[in-house]
Design a protein around this ligand. Sequence first.
Ligand code: PMP
Ligand code: GLU
Length: 398
Amino acid sequence: MRFSENIRLLQPSATIAVSTLAKRLKAEGRDIIDLSAGQPDFDTPTWISDAGVEGIRQGGTRYTPVPGMPRLREAIAEVLSTRAGRPLSPDGVVVSSGAKQSLFNAVFSLFGPGDKVLIGTPYWTSYPQMVVLARAEPGFVAGSSERDLKLTAADLDAVYDDSVRGFMFSTPSNPTGAVYTRSELGDLVAWARERNVWLLSDEIYREIYFGEGSSSAPSLLDFGADEMGPAVLIDGVSKAYAMTGWRIGFSYSDADVAKKFSAFQSHTTSNAATPSQFAALAAYENRARSAEAIREMGQAFRRRRDLLVRLVKEKLPGFDFVKPEGAFYMFLNIESALGASMPDSSEFCKRILEEVGVALVPGVAFGDDRYVRLSYATSDELIEDAIGRVSGFLGQQS
Ligand code: PMP
Ligand code: GLU
């Protein structure tokens, strides 16, 4: 069958493929521990779900304006303004069906043929695919392991040329959990401003942060309008509010840019699902209640992070990892286990899944074949059991 040139290079999402396989094996009765899931294992707080149901009852079953219900855009702008310490306009907010769509709106609207978009390696698996779908060219930049695989302005300069129009990254990072400090982020912000390059800052894990001194990770919003060049902030309710299935994300940018994103979205999906917008409205309007829910889930993630770090040090000595400071992932370096019989991260994950029933995502899905990603969005018992199984498997190989 002949498909269009648009999808010639398209690969399906590897993260979704692994978790689908893990679910299928489980349904077939196999004893599988799924550390591949890219979503919180908590239910959406009941009062947020109730607001969605109430929205339906009150007639919230029709289209809304494409960029979202005015009240939701205002509530989001309010949250962002508090963070920025200056008023940010609801006109800059475009609500979409998940942060994934917000990212795609931005990539497709801002980049096209002849444009290069820099992407830090390791990256979230969908970034290069989105750039290729826009027929732009991804330019990969590897972060050094001494800096937890984070990038510096010098790394970006080493690959910069006149065709570079954008740079996209996530902090806290999926897949590493590394977090850019305010000063590291400031360097990237200045770099992009000086070169007039679009900065796409994906902060979907911003509120799952274990660092000192703040409940959320440093953000683009920490920088003044005069410090920033062209930039788009991506966020949403999926991760911090345990609302992946509701499909609500948003972008924040200059109002003129937001209008273009909205025009594009008006021809793809129109507005995000109306009942989900009601649920997100409750989440963003009731700040104190949300903060409490996020704090509770965050404490569980931190406890599991500590447990996982301890277990890996104890049971997988010789395996290096990036210390996770946010999100709910660990990026584990498996180089010491690779060899003729297990040459790469895909084979490593395949063998671990088949032989000891633990689902991990191969690092190659994130552009770095020396690693695998573990999600600790699961119970302490399962984390403990999984690391025991991986350690047993590796013991048999040596
Ligand atoms: N960015 C990153 C870094 C992610 O891990 C995810 C997870 N799917 C997304 C964006 C998309 O989030 P959403 O579910 O809101 O589309
Ligand atoms: N972001 C999650 C992950 O990285 C969910 C899956 C996806 O959307 O790719 O696993």
